[in-house]
Design a protein around this ligand. Structure first.
Ligand code: FAD
Ligand code: SF4
Length: 453
């Protein structure tokens, strides 16, 4: 059988001017054709590649039989947010990397099939009743990790309250990942499903400021799950990072995505760079670059210190970015930002790099090439070189243990050194992936459930 069924995309010269979703999803015919490429392998290697162990061949078999609702039920047993994961999971390095079909041809497009099933599902407003056990649990942070933990607990009968610092729930799913990759309506719908399980979400609640962990305990919460993410941006510590026109990707994406700065009547100010440089090579860098293009930049260049082979961003996003006209300066590292007399960015000075022996991450270490400096003229620089866990928990809960990168230390059950206080997601691992954050939420939820049975 031939290669995988391609996903239709919005035309390149149209999509880089608006925030509409780029990937259009499979039609029924396309989904059936792709599902029929699955060999229904007995040992199911793809399942072991999925961090939440979705029974992949089982749901694909249901698609083949046109039982799309049955497929949805199977996915939902392991994953509360299939419409999100079908869109943003790095399947190429997870389930699809293990697919037997992939040995000789392209692997089965598992993520696209997951998205098809989730999009096909008809939502109802039916409130799902679970037998309540009367035990209250507080979840701090409403990103994928907190939401996943809350969903599992609610299904087991716990009374779950989520405390979220921002005015909208969803974490990076709403403030980081842009509309053209993950429409916010999808996130809202999946969160609505969670509310139907009985989960309550309190927004504008910065735990550590409005209440402490001990105060939450005093309110009757028998367990607490901390999923506050990794929202503290890193800087390069090069000259002039404080010039006007230098943004962190966090701030830029929050203004564009959460505050909808692309709408004419948006209440948030944003600088519209014409010649934009984005520093970094991950998903965040790709998102920032593609947003800048849609915010009417004339040119956007991604500066990355390694080569294209080491780019950590999802392969599909890199491909889409290139198609849209994003330029790349590989093996290049910024050494200073250059400003004009008005303290506004007018360029970025970089140096050429070459790859040397592998570093502790196993990737080849980039080293500078002597006398190879060059300048890229630009009026805006977006730093997307990584983030570390939000420091507020560390500042306000002195009993909690943290590692040297600011991540909370947990045991194999997801519990911190404080009895009954669990943690997971980016707040523990540093910036990772949606599905890993969800997996951590599930592990903690199962531990909490076990501790009360
Ligand atoms: P978050 O999603 O960060 O959620 C944490 C939540 O806690 C936030 O809502 C925050 O406001 C809240 N919070 C923080 N402090 C407090 C407090 N004191 N009190 C109350 N609430 C608090 N991963 C992928 O798998 N695929 C992708 O394509 C992808 N693209 C990405 C693009 C961008 C721009 C970014 C930034 C990340 C991307 N990631 C991607 C990574 C992924 O989104 C994260 O790994 C994941 O969201 C982590 O989930 P989390 O729940 O641990 O934290
Ligand atoms: Fe189907 Fe690939 Fe999983 Fe085999 S490994 S069951 S072909 S998805």
């Amino acid at each position: 059988m031939s290669n995988r069924v391609k996903m239709r995309l919005l035309p390149q010269d149209e999509r880089n001017k608006n925030f509409e979703e780029v990937a259009c999803g499979y039609t029924e015919t396309e989904a059936l054709a792709e599902a029929n490429r699955c060999l229904n392998c007995v040992n199911m290697p793809c399942v072991s590649g999925c961090p939440v162990n979705i029974m992949i061949p089982h749901f694909i078999t249901k698609i083949k039989a046109r039982d799309f609702e049955g497929a949805y039920e199977i996915i939902k047993e392991s994953n509360n947010f299939p419409a999100i994961c079908g869109r943003v999971c790095p399947q190429e390095s997870q389930c699809e990397a293990k697919c037997i079909r992939g040995i000789k041809q392209e692997p089965v497009a598992i993520g696209r099939l997951e998205r098809f099933v989730a999009d096909h599902h008809q939502r109802t407003n039916e409130i799902k009743e679970f037998k309540k056990n009367g035990i209250k649990v507080a979840v701090i942070g409403s990103g994928p990790s907190g939401l996943s933990c809350a969903g599992e607990l609610a299904k087991a009968g716990f009374e779950v309250d989520i405390y979220e610092a921002l005015h909208k729930p969803g974490g990076v799913l709403v403030y980081g990942i842009p509309e053209f990759r993950l429409p916010k309506k999808i996130v809202e719908d999946e969160i609505e499903d969670l509310k139907q399980l009985g989960v309550r979400i309190m927004t504008n609640m910065v735990v550590g400021r409005v209440s402490t962990i001990n105060e939450l305990r005093d309110q009757g919460y028998k367990a607490i799950y901390i999923a506050t993410g990794a929202g503290l941006p890193k800087f390069m510590n090069i000259p002039n990072e404080n010039l006007n026109g230098v943004y962190t990707a966090n701030e830029y994406l929050t203004r564009v995505n959460l505050m909808k700065a692309y709408e004419d009547d948006a209440s948030t100010p944003i600088y519209h760079g014409k010649e934009v440089v984005v520093v970094g090579g991950g998903n965040v860098a790709m998102d920032a670059a593609r947003c800048a293009l849609r915010m009417k930049a004339n040119s956007v260049t991604v500066v990355y210190r390694r080569s294209s082979n080491e780019l950590p961003a999802r392969a599909e996003e890199v491909e889409h970015a290139k198609e849209e006209g994003i330029k790349f300066a590989f093996l290049s590292n910024p050494i200073a930002i250059i400003g004009n007399n008005d303290h506004q960015v007018k360029g970025i000075k970089c140096i050429k790099m070459k790859l040397s022996s592998p570093d502790e991450s196993g990737r080849q270490r980039p080293v500078e090439i002597l006398d190879s400096e060059f300048v890229i003229n630009c009026d805006m620089v977006i730093m997307a070189i990584g983030t570390t866990p939000n420091p507020l928990m560390k500042m306000t809960i002195t009993e909690l243990e943290f590692n040297k990168w600011g991540g909370m230390i947990i045991d194999e059950n997801g519990m911190t050194n404080m009895l009954g206080v669990y943690a997971g997601g980016d707040a523990v691992t540093g910036a990772a992936t949606v599905i890993k954050a969800m997996q951590a939420g599930k592990i903690a939820a199962n531990s909490i459930i076990a501790s009360f049975t």
